[in-house]
Every structure is written in structure tokens, then in C-alpha cells.
Design a protein around this ligand. Structure first.
Ligand code: TMP
Ligand code: MG
Length: 209
């Protein structure tokens, strides 16, 4: 690495309307304000050809079987891998709005979709240095019912998703479960503090697959 410091790969996961996108943006802005080189990445990336197919599926303008759409979401991450690795090596910290864990959770709650089968094609993607899981209490979830029209944007699915994320968080290292009922600023403070620590901790370590 020629003495170059690498960036950290930081993922934010959670149910819809848990504030992921807001927190991702704020984290990137605060890091930049501290002169940390940082960039936002989000999945699905709807701007690619594969992302366009995913967008149509989510907007219920197309039908795909559960296996096919699962592999599309995964391919959408694979097609960004080289670029993400290059940026990390250049010292850019990437804040990622959803990653493999959304892929595995949203698919594996479907009937006949096995967890192991859903995990397999994610193997070999860049491994995050830190994953934040934003959680909402049931009370707070009930207060944020303003779902859009996309597939999965309904209470039944979101409850299953919330539970599956929590189950997953118990099996992983490098996860921080962050209750997100509080104000945007309170949650942001927690994320920023942990992120800054992690960036310093991994800057001399190699990127993980
Ligand atoms: P978004 O609301 O963050 O743009 O994500 C769109 C939906 O896609 C959301 O309901 C979660 C779902 N999703 C998957 O099913 N698999 C994936 O791999 C990803 C990244 C998202
Ligand atoms: Mg959404």
C-alpha cells in the first residue's frame, strides 16, 4: 500500500424508514467537514443496466421469480466491487446505504428461499469494516407508516425484516446495533463517533473479501 492509508467500508442497514439514507448523507458530510475523504454508495444502485431492472421490479412494473431478483441485487453489488475497492485503496471511506445484509434478509424471509442459498452469491464481495443496524421500537415503527408504493413497503414485510436483521446481528462481529428512535442528531453523533474510531483502526489493515 506504499504507506497509503486506506478508507473504511462502513455499511448502514435497517428497515425502510429507519433513517438510513439521512444518516448516510450526514455521516459523509460530517466526515468531509473533518477533512476525511468520504463518499456515499447506495444499493440498489438504480443507475446501472441491472439497477434499472431492479427499479422496475420494485415499482411492480415487472415480475421476476424470487431467485432471479435475488441474483440481480447481488450482481448489482458485484458490478460495483472494482470501483469500490479502488476508492478504498485511494483512501476514500465509503458509507454504504444497504449492502449484502439487505440482500440476504429481504430474500430469505420469502417462502422457499433458504438463508444459505441467499448468502452464497454474496461471498467474495468486499467485507465491511463496520455495520450499523438502525433499529426502531414497535411503537416508533407504528408512527412511521408512510410507506411508498414499492414492493416490500408494507408493515408485514417490514416486521419480518426487522426480526431477520436482529437475528443476523447476533451472529456477526463488527456490527453495532443502534436504536434509531431518537432525534436525527442523537443518532448521528453515535454513528460519527464509532465511524471515526473505525477509520483510524483499519487504515493500515488490508481490505477484506
Ligand atoms: P431502498 O428503499 O433503500 O432504495 O431499497 C429498495 C428496496 O429493495 C428495499 O425495500 C430493500 C430492497 N432490497 C432488497 O430486496 N435486496 C437488496 O439487496 C437491497 C440492496 C435492497
Ligand atoms: Mg425504500
Amino acid at each position: 500500500m506504499n504507506g497509503m492509508r486506506r478508507g473504511a467500508l462502513i455499511v448502514i442497514e435497517g428497515v425502510d424508514r429507519s433513517g438510513k439514507s439521512t444518516q448516510c448523507k450526514k455521516l459523509v458530510d460530517s466526515l468531509k467537514a473533518m477533512s476525511v475523504n468520504a463518499d456515499l454508495v447506495r444499493f440498489p444502485d438504480r443507475s446501472t443496466h441491472i439497477g434499472g431492472l431492479i427499479d422496475k421490479y420494485l415499482k411492480q412494473k415487472s415480475h421476476l421469480c424470487d431467485e432471479a431478483i435475488h441474483l440481480m441485487f447481488t450482481a448489482n453489488r458485484w458490478e460495483k466491487k472494482e470501483e469500490m475497492e479502488r476508492l478504498l485503496k485511494q483512501g476514500v471511506t465509503l458509507v454504504v446505504d444497504r449492502y449484502s445484509f439487505s440482500g440476504i434478509v429481504y430474500s430469505s424471509i420469502k417462502k422457499n428461499m433458504k438463508l444459505h442459498w441467499c448468502q452464497e452469491p454474496e461471498n467474495g464481495l468486499l467485507r465491511p469494516d463496520l455495520v450499523f443496524l438502525l433499529t426502531l421500537s414497535e411503537n416508533e415503527m407504528a408512527k412511521r407508516p408512510n410507506f411508498g408504493d414499492e414492493r416490500y413497503e408494507n408493515t408485514e414485510t417490514q416486521e419480518k425484516v426487522a426480526k431477520a436483521f436482529l437475528d443476523m446481528s447476533r451472529e456477526q462481529g463488527d456490527w453495532e446495533v443502534v436504536p434509531a428512535d431518537g432525534t436525527i442528531e442523537d443518532v448521528h453523533k453515535v454513528l460519527l463517533e464509532r465511524a471515526v474510531k473505525k477509520i483510524a483502526e483499519v487504515e493500515r489493515k488490508s481490505i477484506r473479501n
